[in-house]
Write a protein that binds this ligand. Structure first.
Ligand SMILES: [Zn+2]
Ligand SMILES: [Zn+2]
Length: 295
């Protein structure tokens, strides 16, 4: 495993797929689970999104014996919340779980949305089973100080029903997470460009290829070409394309990655199980599903 000390900022990708889980022989290498990230900033641990990947994430966190965990949602579309009822820490009375949402319009609450997900006839167990879990609210665009004391910056993204992007800066390293965002709104694009400026690593929604995008204008997603353009515009070192279309096969993602690297050698394709670790803004040893490879 990658060693983690107080100066390390790391990001583990527990789910990199968009829309719906996509298990099967064509998605073994990049993974079929939907959006879920674990961020570790020195002693702080947080989870971003509870797509189907949060089930395995929760099991891994349980082994670490945490007493408190913050979970921030980018938004509450199914691919980002469907794993919440299977997040084991949320049922553990010994763990304080804070669930944060900043994308919800006035009048609504995160609790109400989770109650809709966890109620008959959709789900057999009600939110009352979520021991020691608290629903927290913040205003998207504002920084949030989490239960652990870590402050995370947020920005609003262009996505149907609202969405928040996040940025974690820790001891000279920075990671920006832009999960679901459609380019093309000049004001929001400028705000996102400013938000990610100088990030060492940027996760970016690249669901559609350039040839596919015209059929999906208004669906709330972007392209690999836009990921590279934004990285160049904002001085991002490593753009990591994310929110893979459920029909995008491993071979297609290999080809896409090779094409991106030709244009920008530091670009990467998000891979389930991958841990990206930074110290002082520099990448340190990497691992995929616990297998360490040189940075
Ligand atoms: Zn999504
Ligand atoms: Zn969405």
């Amino acid at each position: 495993m990658v060693e983690h000390d107080d100066d390390t900022l790391s990001l583990t990708l527990w789910g990199v797929r968009g829309s719906i889980p996509a298990p099967g022989r064509n998605t073994v290498r990049y993974g079929g689970e939907t959006a879920c990230f674990e961020v570790r900033a020195g002693p702080h641990t947080l989870v971003i999104d509870c797509g189907s990947g949060v089930r395995a994430c929760g099991r891994a966190l349980a082994r670490r014996g945490l007493e408190q965990i913050d979970v921030i949602f980018t938004h509450t579309h199914m691919d980002h919340i469907c794993g919440l009822p299977f997040f084991c820490l949320a049922y553990d009375p010994a763990v304080e779980v804070n669930l944060w949402g900043g994308h919800i319009p006035p009048g609504g609450t995160l609790e109400e949305i989770v109650e809709r997900l966890m109620s008959p006839p959709i789900f057999p167990v009600a939110t009352s089973a979520l021991n020691n879990t608290r629903f927290r609210r913040f205003k998207g665009g504002n920084p949030i100080t989490l239960g652990s004391g870590l402050t995370v910056a947020s920005t609003r993204l262009n996505h149907p029903g609202n969405c928040c992007g996040y940025r974690i800066d820790w001891r000279g390293s920075s990671i920006a997470i832009i999960t679901d965002h459609e380019h093309g709104n000049p004001k929001m694009d400028a705000a996102v460009a400013e938000f990610v400026t100088g990030a060492d690593v940027m996760i970016y929604d690249a669901m559609y290829l350039d040839t596919e995008y015209p059929r999906f204008v208004g669906w709330g997603h972007s392209t690999p070409t836009q990921a590279l353009a934004l990285a160049a515009r904002s001085g991002v070192t490593t753009p990591v394309i994310f929110h893979h279309d459920p029909d995008r096969t491993d071979d297609a993602l290999d080809a896409l990655g090779a094409d991106l690297v030709r244009q920008m050698p530091t670009a990467e394709v998000a891979r389930e199980g991958q841990t990206i670790s930074l110290r002082g803004g520099e990448r340190i040893r990497e691992s995929v599903k616990g297998i360490v490879t040189p940075a």
